[in-house]
Design a binder for this molecule. Sequence first.
Ligand code: ATP
Ligand code: FE
Length: 338
Amino acid sequence: MYCLAIETSCDDTCVAIIKNGNTILSNVISSQIDIHRRFGGVVPEVASRRHLEYLIPALEQAFQQANLTLKNIDLIAVTRGPGLTGSLLMGLCMGKTFSILHQKPFIAVNHLEGHLFASRLDHPDITPPFISLIVSGGHTELTVVQDWGKYVHLGRTRDDAAGEVFDKVAKYLKIGYPGGPLIDNRASNANPTRFHFRGGLEDQENYDFSFSGLKTAVIRAYDQLSDSSKKDEKGINDLLASFQQSVVRTLWKKTIRAVKKTGIRSVSLGGGVAANSSLRSLFSQKGFQNNIKVYLPSPALCTDNAAMIGSCGSFHFSFGRISPLDLEPDPQLRLGDV
Ligand code: ATP
Ligand code: FE
């Protein structure tokens, strides 16, 4: 069973071909980072125009790498939301057009559920129930996965998402875009104990997150530095490492709380921030110490890609599910929504 998957929810134009729901034959990602960098963030109108430009070359490349043609495809899976409406529309239109022209079944996929399925692609042994933490540019979601497709919401961010604070802190400190990987890199040899920051709600008895106050605290700490300290690369790296550590520590505290309350000792991570090296090492190390199995997708499957969409779409299709061709994008879709 070959699935052609298209993902255009934000600023990456992604096309993949997946075999039997679990083998990646091709996974093309045309990044628009260089275009959006000069604006310090994604410009929605520009993103959708670029998707239109990049989609056909990405499709051609995906077929070439997989050594297949559209005739071989059994299913077309496309991200429906959440994301930017204009960007989502580009992928959906392309997928629906192929579906009509080539008489192939079409299935719409929830982008967040896609992030969850990234773990399954890299770790075929992962079996529900497990706790899922999705940490991305727009979301910070703690969920119990009772079964694939059966999700119980535990908590989410009340303001900024984890990836969003990385990007906003980097923007304010003029470090570059996107902030996550740049901060990760600059924090790698720095001192994370030099500044003391706390994640919002860090020690509260709930599963919610709040990162907006932390962002303000980091910005204030930076503003209070003298002009020469602002130019001291090592000092700034320590500031970034301290910020990063407080995000990662907060994420771990809420996750371990969910593990203890539910008794479920498996944890899966997903979303772009799950590519963070400090997060990966802390979750791996603490997981080992606490006898918790931690499933981390490879960094390339943490950030946006179409392989995870193909895996998720193939799973639902195997239960006979397909989507109507008049389905519209849903920028606000939540995990568990079809
Ligand atoms: P969502 O999935 O919520 O709709 P998105 O698709 O835009 O949002 P992802 O592509 O999943 O988000 O993740 C992008 C985010 O991940 C960005 O905020 C980016 O800064 C962050 N990110 C990527 N790599 C790292 C890293 N190594 N460390 C920290 N953050 C990272
Ligand atoms: Fe994403």
